[in-house]
Design a protein around this ligand. Structure first.
Ligand code: AHR
Length: 631
């Protein structure tokens, strides 16, 4: 039809190219994305999580007024066997003001005036008569910001709920639960959630943080790790089955990064979040072996890898197959029924599964990987298995890992590298000559060492090369994604946050601009970057087209201190609109977004009139995205 866009032939590239990798490190889950405000809500903290931690970490014992009685941590008759500890209060004096506990949250509880918060706890009265409870949110001076009363009556475990609406905004509040009458009371799972979670999900995610992730427009999300997946010993392999079902019945797991996982953010919530943000889920399971650096040592090169006994591999393999059934099986299947019971009868459409993470290429790993790989392929031939190679292209486990994966015809391989910006510039041709007949690439973790603009632009330059090679690079995700202020084990990261603020790094905006402007064909020769002796290391460009919108997207990266001219020739595309958008992301070479100055460098979008052929002068230290409407 007249005015329709003639589609210039381009090279088909992966429609899933840019996504995200979520790992629970840097307090990304508990105290982070997971919206629970009470720390150690189920009294399961232990010294094995972190030196000095115990069931009452983050709690203070309160005995107000003439309180007489005692508090103890018990485990004789828990709410659920997976959740063994609970607190028992014996209140002896009927005239006392209150006996109970104060929780300090994760570095305080951040409250917003007028917002509603859902409080709940499980309790059991052991003494016959009802025990009245006073629930308060207090500021640091003890001023009451919100209050509710409850009456615990049941002799068996029962959940009690209240809604609290604070009268003031406070970043450092605490939650107080006081028994104000005589009796013996057991309680557990003391919880406080903002009513406003991301998409209003129950047991949901922190809205601002989740939204900042959604705004990246990721095509996929890999989870739950990284090193977290295979853990630092066989007792620490991440067990997805322990993370589903009612939260009070989930099993806490020790986090390899030195803290505690409630597993409140578990596999159901991960799948749900992926669906909510339009990202394909990519769960990663351990290959039946622990982290190559485990066995008590974090030294690179240590041979601490431990393998599940082969006799246990049939059961472990079944766990992995069950995970796929949990995601994709009908609601009538055993595991699909558990998904349906959680409120999602429709399958989650799992298309990929990762097996292993940066594993050492030992015979133990290889044997177990093959067992898992063969079983998944046999039972779920349409699910793409992603294999793994050692942690760095410089290590022997890397080359050996690729050789092994290609020997087994593994369709996609996950490789990782954290390098200096100059490495990314020097290696931008890395995939140009990659053998297209072999396994495709998932660049599952990469980052240049830093959060300054020149780091982000080195990543941007590299990402134009990933687009150019999007026929062989199937997926790519920056890492790590989240980092909490004061609890950061790994730097740099993409998004920094504390209890009240979310600070996207400059690297974030590069990821966002590529994420929001993905295409499915690559068009070589549309942009000619400036020539010159060092042009290769300071300037790069790409052109992709998105078939759904018909839009043509040109990305220009200038890492130099001078403006750079890029020649653009759009004559091959017919029917394009002349009004385009121009988004520029530019600033000082070392500029960073910080808590003190979170908006130092932000993208700016304006209208831009294009011609069929024109020269665009890209600002110093910039990424520019020109998006030309096709329809
Ligand atoms: O992203 C941080 C860690 O780096 C991941 O857990 C691991 O896969 C890699 O070594």
């Amino acid at each position: 039809p007249a005015g329709a866009q003639r589609v210039a032939a381009g090279k088909p590239i992966s429609a899933d190219l840019f996504g995200i990798f979520f790992e629970d490190l840097n307090y990304a889950a508990d105290g982070g994305l997971y919206a629970e405000l009470v720390q150690n809500r189920s009294f399961e903290y232990a010294p094995s999580d972190h030196e000095g931690w115990h069931p009452l970490t983050s709690w203070d014992y309160l005995h107000e007024g003439f309180a007489m009685g005692s508090l103890s941590v018990e485990s004789a008759a828990p709410l659920h066997a997976n959740n063994p500890h609970y607190v028992q209060l014996k209140i002896e004096n009927p005239f006392q003001k209150g006996l109970g506990l104060r929780n300090h949250g994760f570095d305080g509880i951040a409250l917003t005036a007028g917002e509603q918060y859902d409080f709940s706890l499980w309790a059991r009265v052991k003494s016959g008569a009802a025990v009245p409870l006073l629930v308060q949110l207090q500021d640091a001076q003890g001023k009451v910001l919100a209050e509710a009363t409850l009456s615990a009556q049941a002799a068996d475990w029962q959940q009690y709920r209240a809604t609290l609406t604070p009268t003031a905004t406070d970043a450092g509040a605490s939650l107080v639960v006081l028994a104000t009458g005589k009796g013996i009371l057991d309680f557990d799972m003391v919880s406080l959630f903002p009513k406003r979670t991301f998409r209003g999900r129950a047991n949901g995610l922190r809205a601002d943080l989740a939204q900042s992730i959604a705004n990246l427009k990721p095509k996929f999300m890999r989870f739950p790790g990284g090193c977290l997946t295979h853990g630092d010993g066989l007792d620490n392999l991440y067990d997805w089955k322990k993370t589903i079902g009612p939260v009070a019945q989930r099993t806490a797991q020790r986090n390899i990064w030195g803290y505690h996982q409630t597993t409140g953010l578990g596999y159901f919530e991960y799948f749900q979040f992926c669906e909510d943000i339009g990202a394909k889920p990519i769960p990663v399971v351990a290959a039946g072996v622990s982290c190559q650096n485990s066995g008590g040592s974090w030294k690179i090169g240590s041979t601490g890898q431990q393998c599940l006994p082969l006799a246990d591999m049939a059961a472990y393999t079944q766990d992995v197959l069950d995970l796929i059934e949990y995601a994709n099986g009908p609601a009538t299947s055993i595991w699909g029924a558990k998904r349906a019971a959680a409120g999602h009868p429709k399958p989650f459409d799992l298309q990929y599964i990762g097996i292993g993470n940066e594993d050492k290429q030992t015979p133990g790993f290889r044997e177990r990987f093959k067992l898992l790989y063969d079983a998944v392929r046999r039972q779920y031939p349409t699910v793409t298995v992603i294999g793994t190679v050692g942690p760095s292209p410089k290590g022997e486990d890397y080359d050996q890992g690729w050789a092994f994966a290609n020997q087994l015809s593994v369709p996609v391989v996950d490789e990782h590298y954290y390098e200096q910006p100059k490495w990314f510039l020097a290696n931008q041709r890395r995939y140009d000559t990659y053998d297209r007949s072999k396994a495709k690439v998932y660049l599952g973790e990469y980052a240049s060492w830093g959060n300054a603009l020149h780091n982000a632009l080195a990543e941007a330059l590299y990402m134009t090369a990933l687009e150019r090679n999007g026929d062989v690079v199937q997926l790519a995700s920056y890492a790590p994604l989240l980092a909490k202020e004061g609890h950061t084990q790994w730097k740099p990261d993409l998004i920094y946050f504390n209890n009240t603020a979310v600070v996207p790094s400059v690297n974030y905006y590069v990821q966002q601009l590529f994420g929001q402007n993905q295409g499915d064909t690559y068009h070589a020769g549309v942009v000619t970057p400036p020539a010159g002796p060092s042009a290769d290391t300071t300037a790069a460009a790409s052109c992709v087209r998105d078939a759904r919108t018909g839009d043509v997207i040109v990305k220009l990266v200038n890492l130099g201190a001078q403006p750079q001219p890029f020649a653009i020739d759009l004559t091959r595309f017919e029917g394009l609109k002349t009004m385009a958008t121009q988004t520029t992301f530019t600033g000082a070479r070392n500029a960073q977004n910080t808590f003190a100055s979170p908006r130092t460098v932000l993208p700016k979008t304006t209208a831009y009139k294009i011609s069929k052929r024109f020269t665009y002068s890209a600002a110093p230290y910039s990424l520019t995205v020109l998006r030309v409407r096709g329809k």
